[in-house]
Design a protein around this ligand. Structure first.
Ligand code: SAH
Ligand code: SF4
Ligand code: F3S
Length: 441
């Protein structure tokens, strides 16, 4: 029997890429590959890349450069680029970095086994199709190995929103929802393998409208209700949502569905209506705040998270002040903020009214200071409260276990009864920079 070949996958970007990397590992598992955590002894290296900002995309080339010595030491080493940079740049990647053997986009990685065979036969395949077939129908079923307590499940892919700054509609293609019955089956399988919490993924997850088992489309709320019926599945989350797709039934689910966790990532990008319009967001600051109010009416303890872009072309000090005001009025538990990065092929990249980098940096620093104050305050407010924690893995200290609260805070507990996969009531005793510490209640 030949020895298993080793596959090293490095994942950049969003959670959907994390999910895709697992699927790619399974696909190549069928070709005799087992994954390794170390690039040095790999037979194949795959970079699953992100194109969202220039920095993320450029990282790929510096990473590839570092593999030169590995390839010199092992001429049989194969190097592949997958994900959103692969989709956006295609064969150009091989021109810029000749040591790349294969390029595969996010919608065709079910073809990886054939591509890998082609590489061994001396070809340098590039596949960035948006194929007719659904890749998920063509992926081999993974080894039914035991899983950690928390897992991702992609339910929807792509985006039709075309925010003026964003590459996702181009790198991931049009919005597609997976059929509900498939997702319920996949979720059941995950639960059988030890999963207790599932995060449903999609670039526009709340736009989910997958075919129901008996005809008619299911909304995300309906899918969540069906998943909630799976015994052993304790928690459901979903990400990322667009404000305009937050339907009534999904808002109600935060009140009515006990397995749906009280945490919502709801990006708004800016607090200025002028900028939101230029961003093609199709909502206003006021409609976003009204939506937050409805969500909080359904679930008063809902923890909110968001994404912000500062320095979008034409953003004035007054526009930025509107963003700061919106953040103050919402009060986020945690949030991501970025300096605008002009992306080739997007409408915003054509704009001439670019903001000076030092101005954008100063705004980003102010916004991030406010957001971290809010994060600290939200964490501090947990001290003395009792939360429910799903333990996931050992922490850095001896005997320590880390889990997540219903509000997605990382919680450390040092207690032999805190076993991975169990859910316990934990009294929070202190708050650190990025986590909480507590005792079993
Ligand atoms: N589909 C999700 C997230 C898309 S990408 C959504 O619509 O919310 C994640 C975040 O990256 C975005 O929410 C946005 O804040 C940021 N982002 C996207 N394009 C960007 C760009 N060109 N420059 C800076 N940040 C960007
Ligand atoms: Fe990008 Fe906008 Fe689609 Fe989100 S909704 S993926 S920001 S185009
Ligand atoms: Fe990046 Fe692609 Fe996700 S561009 S954020 S990896 S969809």
């Amino acid at each position: 029997m030949s020895q298993a070949k080793k596959l090293y996958i490095k994942t950049y970007g969003c959670q959907m890429n994390v999910y895709d990397s697992e699927r790619m590992a399974e696909a190549l598992g069928a070709s005799g590959y087992v994954t390794t955590d170390c690039a040095d002894d790999a037979d194949m290296i795959l970079l699953n890349t992100c194109h969202i900002r220039e920095k993320a995309a450029e990282k790929v080339y510096s990473e590839l450069g570092r593999f030169k010595t590995l390839k010199a030491a092992n001429p049989d080493l194969r190097i592949g680029v997958a994900g959103c940079v692969a989709q956006a740049e295609g064969a150009e990647i091989m021109r810029r970095q000749p040591l790349v053997d294969l390029v595969v986009g996010p919608q065709t990685y079910h073809r990886l086994p054939a591509m890998e065979a082609a590489v061994r036969a001396g070809a340098r395949p590039v596949d960035t199709d948006f194929p007719e077939e659904d890749k998920f129908d063509h992926l081999p079923r993974g080894p039914r190995a035991k899983r950690g307590p928390a897992a991702f499940l992609t339910v929807q892919e792509g985006c039709d929103k075309f925010c003026a700054f964003c590459v996702v509609p181009y790198t991931r293609g049009a919005e597609v929802s997976r059929p509900a019955a498939r997702l319920v089956a996949e979720a059941r399988d995950l639960v059988d393998r030890g999963v207790r919490e599932i995060t449903l993924l999609g670039q526009n997850v709340n736009a989910y409208h997958g075919a129901g088992p008996t005809g008619g489309d299911w909304s995300l709320a309906r899918l969540i209700d069906a998943l909630a019926e799976i015994d052993g599945l304790a928690r459901i989350r979903f990400t990322t949502s667009h404000p305009n797709d937050m339907r009534e039934d999904l808002i109600a689910a935060f009140a009515d569905q006990p397995k749906l966790m009280p945490y919502l990532h709801l990006p708004v990008q800016s607090g200025s209506d002028r900028i939101l319009k230029r961003m093609n967001r199709k909502h206003s600051a006021e409609s976003y705040l009204a939506l937050i109010a409805r969500l909080r009416a359904a679930r008063p303890d809902l923890m909110l998270s968001g994404d912000f872009i500062v320095g979008f072309p034409g953003e004035t000090d007054a526009d930025f002040d509107d963003t700061m005001a919106l953040v103050r009025s919402v009060g986020y538990g945690q949030a991501y903020s970025f300096k605008y990065s002009a992306r080739p092929g997007t409408p915003a990249a054509e704009r001439k009214d670019m903001i000076a980098d030092d101005v954008a940096s100063a705004r980003l620093a102010r916004l991030q200071a406010l957001l971290s104050d809010q994060q600290r305050a939200a964490q501090a407010a947990m001290v003395g409260r009792t939360v429910s924690v799903l333990f996931e893995k050992p922490g850095r200290l001896p005997g320590q276990m880390v889990g997540k609260s219903e509000y997605l805070h990382a919680v450390h507990v040092t207690d032999p009864r805190a076993a991975p996969g169990t859910i316990a009531r934990v009294r929070i005793v202190s708050s650190g920079p990025n986590s909480l510490a507590g005792e079993l209640a």
